[in-house]
Design a protein around this ligand. Structure first.
Ligand code: GRF
Length: 205
């Protein structure tokens, strides 16, 4: 099976990174996690990456760069040197510069804990709960310059229960994320996709 190299960008716990690493090591997801970059020195995701033996695991400190473009250029250099095909955002809490988005156009993906286009932004789960929706979920999408605004690759639905709070709902959404993210990556590598305006159609054009 063809494998493709990916870079994962993280800021936090790294449970999605762990799910991707596990799926890859079990042969369920044909990717090679070659680079993990964090903008937070204390992100638990860094330890997960090191423990899994990822080749390049880096904390890149935003304070060492004069602006967002310079920071993103440093990240892009690492990713290019390692020849990664895809850039996978997994809890990466930094807005990407237009330089970075355009440099890797249609090669950056993100997972968001809501059914886009509803509830974009930092608290998708809390906002969905407060709105009173009866189904929530997660979305894997391409990254463009609009926050959580890129074309949708895959979604999974989770019911909202009467006694849910933010944490319980987020936990059930994350359980779906751990399946959906590796599955979507597999599909991207194995089938490819084409884009028709905002619509993703699976299969090589
Ligand atoms: C996930 O819920 C994801 O949807 C959002 O950030 C969270 C990351 O969690 N973008 P983790 O760091 O993978 O545990």
């Amino acid at each position: 099976m063809t494998h493709q190299a990916i870079a994962v960008m993280v800021s936090g716990r790294g449970t999605n990174l762990a799910a991707i690493l596990e799926a890859a090591s079990k042969g369920n997801c044909p990717v090679d996690v070659r680079v993990v970059i964090s903008n937070k020195v204390d992100a638990p995701a860094l330890r997960i990456a090191r423990d899994a033996g990822v080749e390049t695991v880096l904390f890149i400190n935003p304070k060492d760069y004069k602006d967002r473009d310079a920071y993103d250029k440093a990240c892009a250099d690492v990713i290019e040197k390692a020849q990664c095909q895809w850039i996978v955002l997994a809890g990466y809490m930094r807005i990407l510069s237009s330089f970075f988005v355009n440099h890797f156009l249609n090669r950056i993906i993100n997972i968001h804990p809501a059914l886009l286009p509803a509830f974009t932004g930092a608290d998708g789960v809390g906002d969905a709960l407060a709105y009173g929706v009866k189904v929530a979920g997660c979305t894997v999408h391409l990254v463009n310059e609009e926050v959580d605004g890129g074309a949708i690759l895959a979604q999974a639905v989770v019911p909202v229960l009467d006694d849910d709070n933010r944490d319980s709902l987020h936990q059930r959404i994350q359980a779906e994320e751990y399946k959906l993210y590796p599955q979507t990556l597999s599909r991207m590598v194995q089938c490819g996709f084409s884009m028709h305006a905002r619509r993703i159609v699976w299969g090589k054009a």
